[in-house]
Design a protein around this ligand. Structure first.
Ligand SMILES: *[C@@H]1O[C@H](CO)[C@@H](O)[C@H](O)[C@H]1NC(C)=O
Length: 176
């Protein structure tokens, strides 16, 4: 094969390989356009936790986003248990109890959301959006609980991360 043929082959290979990565890139780009406060880099970094995201289509990315966020809710739940074990302050204990319940509900909501997206039906999408919207409220409700009790939230970092993660899942699911 002479250079005149090799070049179009290379161009084709390049197009094929770049079009794969671009579903993730395009999806994060349009997410970031509407959510500059979270942004493109955060979105890409979020999806890097799942190697399937590199080859997923948009629906696949929406499913991955709900699953990763569900896993995050589980691990925040574990962190809350650990905090509870060593916390002496009654107000903080009470706030932690509420947040534990909220994150445990969020695990279920995100599970329903992932299944709804996977169903690929309009009804499935509606259920997913409703459940993701429910999960989006959890971290704010958790934070509000601590401020109503007049104590500093020991979960502010987790609550803010989780809000960003759910918003990625919600925006992508909404756009399907
Ligand atoms: C989650 O979806 C289910 C349907 O699978 C629905 O019955 C339920 O009301 C939804 N939950 C919320 C909070 O929207």
């Amino acid at each position: 094969m002479g250079p005149s043929r090799a070049l179009p082959c290379l161009v084709l290979l390049f197009l094929l390989s770049s079009s794969r990565a671009s579903v993730l890139e395009d999806t994060c780009k349009s997410f970031a356009d509407g959510n500059p406060g979270v942004g493109y880099d955060y979105c890409i970094k979020f999806f890097q936790a799942s190697k399937d995201s590199a080859t997923a289509d948009k629906r696949g990315l929406a499913i991955i986003a709900s699953k990763l966020t569900g896993a995050a809710a589980k691990s925040i739940g574990k962190h809350i248990q650990a905090l509870k074990a060593s916390e002496k302050d009654k107000h903080i204990q009470s706030g932690l109890n509420d947040c534990r319940d909220l994150y445990s509900q969020a695990v279920d909501l995100l599970d329903v959301a992932a299944k709804g997206v996977a169903a690929g039906t309009p009804r499935g999408k509606l259920d997913a959006v409703a459940n993701l919207s429910g999960a989006l409220v959890s971290p704010q409700t958790c934070e509000d609980g601590f401020s109503e009790l007049g104590v500093k939230s020991p979960l502010s970092a987790e609550d803010s991360e989780f809000t960003k993660e759910v918003s990625i899942a919600l925006v992508i699911t909404n756009s399907l």
